[in-house]
Ligand binder design. Structure first.
Ligand SMILES: [Mg+2]
Ligand SMILES: [Zn+2]
Length: 204
Protein backbone atom coordinates (compact mmCIF):
# COMPACT_ATOMS: atom_id res chain seq x y z
CA UNK A 1 0.00 0.00 0.00
CA UNK A 2 1.15 3.49 -0.73
CA UNK A 3 1.63 5.74 2.27
CA UNK A 4 3.28 8.56 0.32
CA UNK A 5 3.79 9.25 -3.36
CA UNK A 6 5.76 12.04 -5.02
CA UNK A 7 7.06 10.79 -8.33
CA UNK A 8 8.60 14.12 -9.36
CA UNK A 9 9.24 15.11 -12.96
CA UNK A 10 12.25 12.92 -13.68
CA UNK A 11 11.94 9.41 -15.05
CA UNK A 12 14.26 6.59 -14.05
CA UNK A 13 14.16 2.86 -14.73
CA UNK A 14 15.61 1.85 -11.37
CA UNK A 15 15.17 2.55 -7.69
CA UNK A 16 17.02 2.48 -4.42
CA UNK A 17 14.73 0.80 -1.91
CA UNK A 18 15.32 1.38 1.77
CA UNK A 19 13.69 -0.17 4.77
CA UNK A 20 12.68 2.44 7.36
CA UNK A 21 13.15 1.27 10.96
CA UNK A 22 16.72 0.20 11.71
CA UNK A 23 17.99 1.74 8.47
CA UNK A 24 16.93 5.43 8.53
CA UNK A 25 15.96 5.72 12.18
CA UNK A 26 16.67 3.65 15.25
CA UNK A 27 14.35 0.68 15.64
CA UNK A 28 13.18 1.16 19.19
CA UNK A 29 10.45 -1.44 18.63
CA UNK A 30 7.62 -0.26 16.36
CA UNK A 31 8.58 3.45 16.51
CA UNK A 32 5.52 5.57 15.74
CA UNK A 33 5.56 8.56 18.12
CA UNK A 34 7.48 11.76 17.57
CA UNK A 35 9.57 11.18 20.70
CA UNK A 36 10.58 7.78 19.29
CA UNK A 37 12.03 9.35 16.16
CA UNK A 38 15.80 8.92 16.33
CA UNK A 39 17.27 9.26 12.86
CA UNK A 40 20.79 7.92 12.40
CA UNK A 41 23.39 10.66 12.38
CA UNK A 42 24.06 10.43 8.64
CA UNK A 43 20.46 9.82 7.60
CA UNK A 44 19.46 13.10 5.93
CA UNK A 45 22.87 13.63 4.31
CA UNK A 46 23.02 10.04 3.03
CA UNK A 47 19.55 10.34 1.55
CA UNK A 48 20.58 13.61 -0.09
CA UNK A 49 23.60 11.87 -1.63
CA UNK A 50 21.46 9.00 -2.90
CA UNK A 51 19.02 11.54 -4.31
CA UNK A 52 21.70 12.76 -6.72
CA UNK A 53 21.73 9.36 -8.43
CA UNK A 54 19.51 8.52 -11.39
CA UNK A 55 17.10 6.41 -9.38
CA UNK A 56 13.87 6.76 -7.46
CA UNK A 57 14.23 6.71 -3.68
CA UNK A 58 11.56 4.46 -2.21
CA UNK A 59 10.92 3.30 1.35
CA UNK A 60 9.30 -0.07 1.96
CA UNK A 61 8.30 -0.89 5.51
CA UNK A 62 6.45 -3.63 7.36
CA UNK A 63 4.09 -1.99 9.85
CA UNK A 64 2.44 -4.84 11.71
CA UNK A 65 1.76 -2.41 14.55
CA UNK A 66 -1.21 -1.29 12.44
CA UNK A 67 -2.55 -4.88 12.33
CA UNK A 68 -2.17 -5.23 16.09
CA UNK A 69 -3.78 -1.82 16.75
CA UNK A 70 -0.67 -0.44 18.39
CA UNK A 71 -1.11 2.65 16.19
CA UNK A 72 -3.14 3.72 13.18
CA UNK A 73 -2.29 4.67 9.61
CA UNK A 74 -2.39 8.42 10.30
CA UNK A 75 0.07 8.03 13.16
CA UNK A 76 2.33 6.01 10.86
CA UNK A 77 2.10 8.75 8.21
CA UNK A 78 2.86 11.51 10.73
CA UNK A 79 6.04 9.65 11.68
CA UNK A 80 6.98 9.40 7.99
CA UNK A 81 6.59 13.17 7.69
CA UNK A 82 9.38 13.66 10.23
CA UNK A 83 11.71 11.68 7.96
CA UNK A 84 10.53 13.36 4.75
CA UNK A 85 11.06 16.82 6.32
CA UNK A 86 14.60 15.99 7.43
CA UNK A 87 15.51 14.51 4.05
CA UNK A 88 14.08 17.42 2.08
CA UNK A 89 15.73 19.97 4.39
CA UNK A 90 19.07 18.35 3.52
CA UNK A 91 18.29 18.66 -0.19
CA UNK A 92 17.20 15.07 -0.73
CA UNK A 93 13.98 13.46 -1.87
CA UNK A 94 11.77 10.50 -1.12
CA UNK A 95 9.62 9.44 -4.06
CA UNK A 96 7.35 7.00 -2.30
CA UNK A 97 6.69 5.06 0.88
CA UNK A 98 5.01 1.66 0.67
CA UNK A 99 3.88 -0.14 3.78
CA UNK A 100 2.39 -3.44 4.80
CA UNK A 101 -0.28 -2.93 7.50
CA UNK A 102 -0.77 -6.68 8.01
CA UNK A 103 0.62 -9.23 10.46
CA UNK A 104 4.22 -10.35 10.10
CA UNK A 105 4.56 -13.80 8.54
CA UNK A 106 6.25 -15.19 11.64
CA UNK A 107 3.51 -13.90 13.91
CA UNK A 108 0.22 -14.80 12.22
CA UNK A 109 -2.83 -15.30 14.44
CA UNK A 110 -4.76 -18.54 13.87
CA UNK A 111 -6.80 -18.43 10.70
CA UNK A 112 -5.03 -15.39 9.23
CA UNK A 113 -3.35 -15.95 5.86
CA UNK A 114 0.00 -14.51 4.87
CA UNK A 115 -0.32 -11.36 2.80
CA UNK A 116 1.95 -10.89 -0.18
CA UNK A 117 3.23 -7.46 0.81
CA UNK A 118 4.86 -8.29 4.14
CA UNK A 119 8.58 -8.67 3.58
CA UNK A 120 10.11 -11.18 2.76
CA UNK A 121 7.17 -11.24 0.35
CA UNK A 122 7.88 -9.33 -2.86
CA UNK A 123 4.49 -7.53 -2.94
CA UNK A 124 5.60 -3.98 -2.10
CA UNK A 125 8.53 -4.14 -4.52
CA UNK A 126 6.25 -5.42 -7.28
CA UNK A 127 3.71 -2.67 -6.61
CA UNK A 128 6.45 -0.04 -6.81
CA UNK A 129 7.88 -1.64 -9.97
CA UNK A 130 4.48 -1.36 -11.58
CA UNK A 131 3.81 2.23 -10.37
CA UNK A 132 7.25 3.50 -11.46
CA UNK A 133 7.91 1.11 -14.40
CA UNK A 134 11.11 -0.14 -12.80
CA UNK A 135 13.65 -2.68 -13.83
CA UNK A 136 14.10 -4.41 -10.47
CA UNK A 137 17.17 -6.21 -11.80
CA UNK A 138 18.87 -2.80 -11.93
CA UNK A 139 17.56 -1.73 -8.53
CA UNK A 140 19.04 -2.06 -5.05
CA UNK A 141 17.55 -2.70 -1.62
CA UNK A 142 19.06 -1.71 1.73
CA UNK A 143 17.67 -3.32 4.87
CA UNK A 144 18.58 -4.30 8.41
CA UNK A 145 16.68 -7.59 8.50
CA UNK A 146 16.63 -10.86 6.60
CA UNK A 147 13.06 -9.99 5.63
CA UNK A 148 14.36 -7.01 3.62
CA UNK A 149 17.03 -9.09 1.92
CA UNK A 150 14.48 -11.85 1.32
CA UNK A 151 12.02 -9.45 -0.29
CA UNK A 152 14.80 -8.22 -2.54
CA UNK A 153 15.81 -11.73 -3.56
CA UNK A 154 12.20 -12.83 -4.05
CA UNK A 155 11.53 -9.82 -6.28
CA UNK A 156 14.69 -10.31 -8.37
CA UNK A 157 16.51 -7.23 -7.07
CA UNK A 158 19.90 -6.50 -8.64
CA UNK A 159 21.77 -6.10 -5.36
CA UNK A 160 20.86 -6.48 -1.69
CA UNK A 161 22.67 -4.66 1.11
CA UNK A 162 22.38 -5.47 4.80
CA UNK A 163 23.17 -2.82 7.40
CA UNK A 164 23.85 -3.96 10.94
CA UNK A 165 22.21 -0.94 12.59
CA UNK A 166 18.88 -2.61 13.36
CA UNK A 167 17.62 -4.31 16.48
CA UNK A 168 17.52 -7.67 14.76
CA UNK A 169 21.27 -7.74 14.27
CA UNK A 170 22.01 -6.13 17.61
CA UNK A 171 19.94 -8.71 19.46
CA UNK A 172 22.01 -11.49 17.97
CA UNK A 173 19.12 -12.98 16.02
CA UNK A 174 21.16 -12.60 12.87
CA UNK A 175 23.50 -15.37 13.90
CA UNK A 176 20.73 -17.71 15.01
CA UNK A 177 18.19 -17.08 12.31
CA UNK A 178 18.08 -20.04 9.89
CA UNK A 179 16.81 -17.78 7.12
CA UNK A 180 20.19 -16.08 7.17
CA UNK A 181 21.43 -18.99 5.07
CA UNK A 182 18.51 -18.70 2.71
CA UNK A 183 18.65 -14.94 2.29
CA UNK A 184 22.25 -13.88 1.90
CA UNK A 185 22.92 -10.20 1.19
CA UNK A 186 25.40 -9.22 -1.52
CA UNK A 187 27.03 -6.77 0.90
CA UNK A 188 26.99 -6.07 4.64
CA UNK A 189 27.87 -2.71 6.18
CA UNK A 190 27.83 -1.29 9.68
CA UNK A 191 26.29 2.05 8.78
CA UNK A 192 23.98 3.69 6.27
CA UNK A 193 26.92 5.92 5.37
CA UNK A 194 29.01 2.95 4.19
CA UNK A 195 26.03 1.44 2.37
CA UNK A 196 25.48 4.78 0.62
CA UNK A 197 29.06 4.89 -0.61
CA UNK A 198 28.65 1.36 -2.03
CA UNK A 199 25.45 2.32 -3.87
CA UNK A 200 27.20 5.36 -5.37
CA UNK A 201 30.04 3.09 -6.51
CA UNK A 202 27.66 0.54 -8.00
CA UNK A 203 25.77 3.25 -9.89
CA UNK A 204 28.89 4.82 -11.43
MG1 LIG B 1 14.00 -2.72 9.69
ZN1 LIG C 1 0.83 -7.05 3.87
Amino acid sequence: MRGYFNKGNKTFDRAIFLDRDGVLNRDVGHPHLKEQYRPFECMAECMAELSKLDAYIIIITNQSGIATNMYDVNTFKAFNSLIINDVESAGGRINAIYYCPHYDWYNLPDGVERCRCSKPGPGMLEEAASDFELDLGKSIIIGDNYTDIGAGINAGMGKTILVTTGSWYRNGNYREEPLREKYRPDFTFHSLHEATQKVIELFK
